[in-house]
Structure formats: structure tokens, C-alpha cells
Design a binder for this molecule. Sequence first.
Ligand code: ADP
Ligand code: MG
Length: 693
Amino acid sequence: MLQFGVLTFNTDIQYLKGVGPILARKFQTLGLRRVADLLYYFPFRYEDRTKFQSALDIPQYLHKHILLCGQVITVKLSQPRPHFYIVRAELRDSTGFFRAVWFNQKFMAKTLRPGLEILISGKVVFNDYEKQFQIEAEDYEIITPAFKPAILPVYNTTAGLSQKKLRQTAAFVLAQIPKLADPLPPALRQRHNLIDLDAAIREMHFPLRRESWPLAKQRLVFDEFFYVELGMALRYARHRAGLAGIRFQPRGKLLDAYYQTLPYRLTGAQRRVIQEILQDMAGGQPMNRLAQGDVGSGKTEVAVAALLCAVQSGYQAALMAPTEVLAEQHFAKIEKRLRALGVRVISLLGRHTQTEKKELCRRLAAQECDIVIGTQAVIQEKVIFKKLGFVIIDEQHRFGVVQRQLLKEKSAENVDLLVMTATPIPRTLALTVYGDLDRSIIDEMPPGRAPVRTYRARPAERGKILELVRRECQQGFQAYIVYPLVAESEKIDLKAAVESFAQLRRIFSEFELGLLHGRLKAAEKAAVMQKFRDREIQILVATTVIEVGVDVPNAAVMVIENADRFGLAQLHQLRGRVGRGARAASCFLVAEAKSPESKTRLQAMVDTTDGFKLAEVDLKLRGPGDFVGVAQSGFPDFILADLLKDEPILQTARTAAFALVQADPALALPEHQSLRAELRRRSRGLIDYILLN
Ligand code: ADP
Ligand code: MG
């Protein structure tokens, strides 16, 4: 029990005064087990009891919260029906009389004695029956000589755990716990104007003044970012420290030949990013770089150039895509291109038989081929390379630390890594998710593209839209019609898509239609895609499998059914499939937009084609968790920090963390030991253990 020991960060909440095992369970439903959890369980708002209203103000507060201080005059208990009690108290303050009511809190009839002074907060309602205002009490405090009105925290709580109890427990902990040591070095704190951790935590719970808690919050937001960035900085330093990378040759026959055979001029952005990558590859440290570019910005060319750099230096390279369809697509495009240059490209895919796979692996192991394209299975299966030097991961979301480790084991040397993503991640999010990678941005689209026009449409307008589709197809263009398919309702969704396909076939009897969905075998999918590419199919009906990377420039229309069921990031990816040619393309978002949120989302699609703008809208609407894959990748929980509003603090925290790691790359200095401990506590095992050992 507590009285026998000192209260610490690790003390179990159930041993706190006035808690016990039953209440402890309630605390647990809020995720609070230990004192540390409680210290970091911050109120979502405050009630300023240093300023209260008076009885005169009541009418202005109708349907709103009010805080009054008054003396109890009378108290009455009534029971209008079985199991329903009302306690009515008449009170007065210096400006007049008022009434407060408590429902189903019979004990209040005894607690409130005439003459007592109480501080009461609650909602003002008008009692139609008695024609008077009354306060539906939510909280109260009896004023005693010891009681000092203060700014009180209001926490999220749960049934069976009152606001009062939670507040008392927090106050008890703060009163008992010794001053918290601050892991941040004093010089760092001073430089960035951060208040002391102990003061910040106390202020967050029980602010002394209204003006003081923003400083407390700022300090704690800084911490949330700082430890994430500290992990990033350590990882960044580790990639670079002492590891000898391969020095690839940026100039050579293959790249020269490639530039000669390009059917178009590279955009400025493509050239710049290729330059950045080649420079890294030539350098003596392993590359860890992220190349970000919106859909259609021409990432494939960048990938090809980097692959050729590896091959002309005598190494093998791998390209991994998130899906089979996409891997197949990359293979089709890249293989054709590189065959002419004498580069041997193979694919390693689900459609290959065991015998084929065996033969492919044999060729890899003997370096009878230069480049392999596949899904992540390429590194997971027992594939052996003779001389792997370079890997591209084309993905929508983060490739885990574990997979990267697997990758490293595929080669005797420290391979160079290029991550490519089309997910437009707002800058702030990128700093936290990809903060340990160097970053290149392809921020320019190839010329000669008419922007996609986007329209919102109701299901009733479908007939008109399908006529537009028909007209485009009659002129030789192609169309996508997309249906949502989500895991939770996969069967129903699939059925809907298949039924619609049958219907569409009747409607468009003069055209060839193809159906593409996740249940098809890899070979079937590949066949449908090939027909669409070869224009044997005019209309491709698909569930979300076309989401990533399908490139058919002749497709000029996209119809997205039940568009409100897609996230913004997905819609943007989908729409990126059209408008890849010179034909002005259109995209129809068909939905019975129900919620204001989905309306905002669809309207954002109409208003802009800029992926980064859309990503910010998405971040505002739904928070960071919605970014595909971000949630699974150990994305840190920001409790106080707001990725949009707090960007300046994020920048500061990042600079501070990187500077600190530069000075002490292994966090070995004695004054950094507490930082190390705090980093470990916060990362809950997500940080690679190697970083801290
Ligand atoms: P991403 O992978 O970034 O979505 P792709 O690499 O598939 O984009 O390129 C999209 C389309 O643009 C392809 O049809 C490609 O041939 C074309 N393209 C790429 N770079 C250029 C360029 N510099 N000029 C003209 N067209 C280009
Ligand atoms: Mg290198």
C-alpha cells in the first residue's frame, strides 16, 4: 500500500488513496494503469472557477453551461415516478435567487444543507411547466474556508468514475509525487524557451492562471514531437555512421543509352531527383532516400534511371511493388524498355508456377539476370541474389523496419534503398513517418496534359453519365467504372460489383467490358489488364485493385460509384488513373453524399487536383490514422500535438533532436541517459532495439 512507500511513476493506480481494485478497473478502461499514465492523461478542457456568473446572467445562458456561486436556502426531494428522484435546491447570490436540480442523485438532498455556500456548474434550461429557469447541475463544490476557487480540469471519463473522483486522484498524485526530473538538458530547454517538465505537467492538470497553461501545453507538444524525431535522428545517424556503402557509377554506357532512347524530355523535377539519387548512389554511404511524387508525375523514369545506375556498376537490383497488378505493370513497362539496352529483367510473381519460380531464383543466384520485379515476396521468400546492390520499394505506405532488416540480409554489402511513394503526405506527417530518410520531391507534371475535370453527381444522374462514357468510347477512348470494396463488407460489395457488371454489359452492348477484382487469380487479372492496355476492352469495371499505378493513357473517363465510401487519399489515387494522355479527362464521383464530412471530402476533389492540398484536407477531417498504412506502421500517438497547427513546434523539435544526435550519435553522454530512458518509455518497444543498445 502506498503509505508504506513513495509514490512513483510506476505505482499501480489501484494502490492510490481512495481508489482500490474496483475503481482501478474503471481507470483501466481509460487506459490508466500506473501513475505515469495518469500524469499524462490530460484534461480536454478546463472550468475556470475563479470567474463565475451571477443569478442575473441566467437567461443569457439558456441551453449553455453556467457557473454560479450561491447559498443554499431550501432543499426538496421528490419522486415523480418509481425509481426516479429529483432534488431541487433554491439558492441565492448577491444578485438574486435561482434554482438548481439534480436527477437521480437522492443523496444530494442530504449533502446540501441550508446555509451552505456552493459553487455549482450545469446547464441552464427553462422549465416550461413552472415557467422558470433552472440549472441542471453537473458538478458542484462546497465552499469551505480551505477551499480556494481554481481553474479545474475536465477529463474524459467513463461510467462509474466521476469527474470529481478523477480530479481528486490527479490532485492526490500531483501532491504526493516528488518533483519530476526533466530528461531534456537545461541548455536545450533554454534555447527553445521550454518550461520545466514538472511545472508543465502540473500546469496542464491544475493551471494557476489562464495565461499559463499554453506554455505548459507547448512544452508537452514539444516533447511529443521531440522523442519521435529523436528516434528518427538516431536511425538516420545509424544508417550513415561507419557503414560503408557501395560506390555506384553514375556515368556509364547504360544510362547514356537510356537517355538517348527516351521518347520525351524528362521534366526538370525528374532530372533533379535523378541527380539527387545518383549522387547518393555514388557516395560512400548507403542511400536511404524517399522519392515522393504525385500520381502521374513520372516516377517510373526516375526508378529506371536508378536501376540502370546499379546495373551498369555490376550489381543486381530489385523493385518491389505493393500489389501483384502493379508489379506486373512495372514489369511490362520496364522490361520492354530495358531489353533494348541488353538489361535482363525478370518478374517474380504469384502467377509463376513453382518450377518457374525455381528457375527464376536460380538465375538470380547466378546473376544471370540484372533486375527482378515483384511484390514484397521477393524479399520474404528464400530468394538469393548473387550481387544485390540496390532496392526500390514502390509503395503507398511505409515499409517496416523489420522488412528493411530482411532486405539488408539479402546482400553481403550495404544496399542502397530508394522508397517511392505517390501518397501525398503533408510535410509534417512526412517528417514524422519518413523522418529518417532523405527526401526528393518530383513536384512537376509532364507537359501536355489537360487537367482532369471532376464532378459530383447523384445516383439519379447515372444515366446521363453513362451516356458520356458511351460518347468517349465511341471516339476511341477508354473508361474505368470503379466500385468500392472493403474488407468488412467484401462479399456484399463484390456481389454488387458483379451485378453491376452484368447490367453495364447490357447497357454497353456495342463495347467490350472487362471485370477486375481481388478474387480473380493473378493470371486472370493480368490478362484483363493486358486486354485493356491493348484496347480490346473499352470499359474496365473494377473494384479498388486499379487503385495503384495502372497506366493507360488512352483512358479518359472515370466513374467512381459510392464515392463517399472512399477516403480522400484513395480517391486521389484512383483519379490519377485518368488524364494521363492529351485528351481532357473527366471523373465523376457518384454518391448520395450523406454526412457533411463526406460532402466536404468530395467537394475537395472537385476543387483541386493537388494531392498535397487534398492530403491536408484529409488530415484535418480525419486525422493522421486515415493515411493508408500509417496506422499499422507504428505511427506515434499524438495526444496534445496537432500535426497541422503545431508544425512550427515540430520543426523546432526536429532541429533540436538532430543537433543533439549529431553531437552524441549514440546518446552515450551521461547527461543524455535520462533522454534514452524516456525515449524507451515512450516508444513502447517500437524503436528498434539496436538503436538503444
Ligand atoms: P507515376 O508512377 O508517377 O504515377 P508514371 O511513371 O506512370 O507516373 O508516368 C505517368 C505517365 O507519364 C506515363 O504514361 C509516362 O510514360 C508519362 N511520362 C513520364 N515522364 C514523362 C515526361 N517527362 N514527359 C512526358 N510524359 C512522361
Ligand atoms: Mg552509395
